[in-house]
Write a protein that binds this ligand. Structure first.
Ligand code: PLP
Length: 394
């Protein structure tokens, strides 16, 4: 189903999201791939490579999305779709050899951190967490002067929710020198903004739930790699642990992907406008957005991203008798257009005070609010934010 190599190489990502994963161009074929609902496939005798076999091994509805995502990330092999981003995290962590060492950002997505911490507590591997923006500190943990080198480096850049930016090129090079595999969670950027494989990573992870599917109506994950040995291990893990995608969700993800370029273009442009205005607002005492020239990650982000994404983090200043956390809650509750909900990357703008989650690392400030900018009119989004911030004065 995939585009021919010749076509794929010549096309821009904005075209690939629309053109990839189409059925053959034959008379009366549908232009969209069908949803295949079958838990099993006809067959006798031993299973050969490429046989579908059973619904946990493969489903034709996964293929178009897996081909399209591989093309977008610049991978030579089809991506692997999973039941959720965390099912993909679980599969990726299974690549760490028993007794190995995992180096992970201290501000990774909380679910990834909880999983790694629990597995480390069971003794499966040693976990070392670090501020991923502090390159020297990460290098020291990858290849310490005393102790074992890392077996896996986990990167998330920008991090969720602190928007820290890792030097992906430098860190992957050092990890490879130490013999480690590098996994990069690219959920916040999508391949249209950042391509970790081209920066040296071995595996790219996505919560497809977010920008790739883009409509807050599915939960899915994916892994992408060009390394055949790694892919075979991941595929085996997916088959045996069973974290597979439902066909409806896979179909919706491809449908969502068709508009990814337009959605990213709009939401990034709006995020830049909102971040600039928020950075000057008297009720905001801190802001992180890599697109701001004053952001500590700005120069690094420019060197490895094709934009700055559409997530902004603000810290709301205390107001009157309200402390920062209460003021942040008041802003979230005072909004009429922004949706107060967890998650990000949908067409609708979402907002959330992150520390409402018990699992959020306590180094994330209590008054930190994460904004996922959607595709609504930017002036409508600003007017809503402005009135909710102004209400703090009352
Ligand atoms: N990675 C990042 C950066 C995320 O933000 C999330 C979810 O918020 C995940 C992974 C987990 O994905 P899912 O919720 O699809 O399991």
């Amino acid at each position: 189903m995939s585009l021919s190599e010749h076509q794929a190489a010549a096309l821009s990502a904005e075209t690939v999201v629309v053109a990839a994963g189409r059925p053959p161009r034959k008379r009366d074929e549908p232009v969209n791939p069908p949803i295949v609902l079958s838990s099993t496939y006809f067959g006798t005798g031993p299973l050969a490579d490429g046989d579908r076999g059973y619904g946990r091994y493969s489903n034709p509805t996964w293929d178009p999305f897996e081909d399209a995502l591989a093309q977008l990330e610049g991978a030579d092999l089809p991506a692997l779709l999973y039941a959720s981003g965390l099912a993909a995290v679980s599969s990726a962590l299974s690549l760490i050899p028993a007794g190995g060492v995992l180096v992970m950002p201290s501000h990774s997505y909380a679910g990834s951190l909880v999983m790694a911490t629990e597995l480390a507590e069971k003794g499966l591997f040693e976990l070392r967490t670090v501020d991923i923006a502090d390159t020297d500190a990460v290098l020291e943990l990858i290849a310490p002067s005393a102790g074992a080198p890392a077996s896996m480096l986990w990167l998330e850049s920008p991090t969720n929710p602190m928007l820290g930016i890792a030097d992906i090129r430098a860190l992957t090079a050092a990890a490879h020198d130490a013999g480690a595999i590098v996994v990069t969670d690219n959920t916040f950027s999508t391949p249209l903004v950042q391509q970790p494989l081209s920066l040296g990573s071995d595996v790219v992870l996505h919560s497809v739930t977010k920008y790739l599917a883009g409509h807050s109506d599915v939960v899915l994950g994916a892994l992408v790699t060009s390394d055949a040995k790694i892919r075979a291990q991941l595929l085996h893990h997916r088959i045996i642990h069973g974290g597979i995608a439902g066909p409806f969700e896979a179909w919706l993800a491809l449908r969502g992907l068709r508009t990814l370029a337009l959605r990213i273009e709009r939401s990034q442009a709006s995020a830049a406008v909102l971040a600039e205005r928020l950075s000057r607002h008297p009720r905001i005492e801190g802001i992180r957005y890599p697109g701001l020239a004053t952001d500590p990650g700005h120069e690094r982000a420019k060197s490895q991203m094709k934009g700055f994404g559409s997530v902004i983090c603000i810290q709301v200043a205390p107001a009157g008798s309200r402390g920062g956390a209460a003021a942040a809650d008041a802003v979230v509750h005072g909004l009429h257009l922004w949706l107060p909900a967890t998650s990000l990357g949908g067409v609708e703008s979402l907002i959330e005070r992150r520390r409402r989650h018990a699992a959020e690392p306590h180094s994330v400030p209590e008054n930190l609010v994460r904004l996922s900018v959607g595709i609504e009119n930017v002036e409508d989004l600003w007017a809503d934010l402005e009135q909710a911030l102004k209400a703090l004065d009352g």
